[in-house]
Design a binder for this molecule. Structure first.
Ligand code: 5GP
Length: 141
């Protein structure tokens, strides 16, 4: 898939548009989903350009997966959901809407509890409060 260097997540990596960050290292970045499907929904991306899992170098995928596990453990620690979904879509038909590889970390609080995908923007103070809980969990373990 063609990579658009001006996609939203590429712009977030370059610091051109803001995000509510929870974790960053040399290869990856994790931040709150702007339209979360549940409280604590976070996204993890590699910094390298790649439209999806198929187009991204394996070492960058590996780095992103390591961060995904780290963030997932922090989300679990912070929100104690009974379940947690990790998703990743490849191509518009599969549900992908931003074409820079990303993994969703979505806590699940009960049957039918998820809001629709990429639909409703969360309030900035709610995102910041949820991010603070994840950051605290990351710092503690
Ligand atoms: P996809 O459908 O590509 O798997 O997921 C893209 C995700 O990015 C959606 O869950 C959507 O809510 C989120 N999203 C879209 N635009 C932005 C943005 O500008 N900032 C953040 N933090 N998330 C975004």
């Amino acid at each position: 898939m063609t990579y658009d260097p001006d996609n939203i997540f590429a712009r977030i990596v370059r610091g051109e548009i803001p995000c509510v960050r929870v974790y960053e290292d040399a290869d990856t970045l994790a931040f709150m989903d702007l339209m979360p499907q549940s409280e604590g929904h976070a996204l993890v991306i590699p910094k390298v350009a790649g439209a999806n899992l198929l187009d991204t170098p394996p070492e960058s995928v590996a780095a992103a997966i390591r961060t995904t596990q780290r963030v997932a453990r922090a989300v679990q620690g912070a929100f104690a959901p009974p379940g947690l979904i990790i998703t990743q879509f490849n191509g518009p038909v599969a549900g992908q809407t931003v074409f820079h590889l990303h993994f969703h970390v979505i806590p699940v609080y009960g049957a039918g509890g998820l809001r629709l995908h990429a639909r409703e923007m969360a309030a900035a103070d709610v995102l910041e409060a949820n991010a603070a809980r994840i950051r605290a969990a990351l710092a503690g373990g």
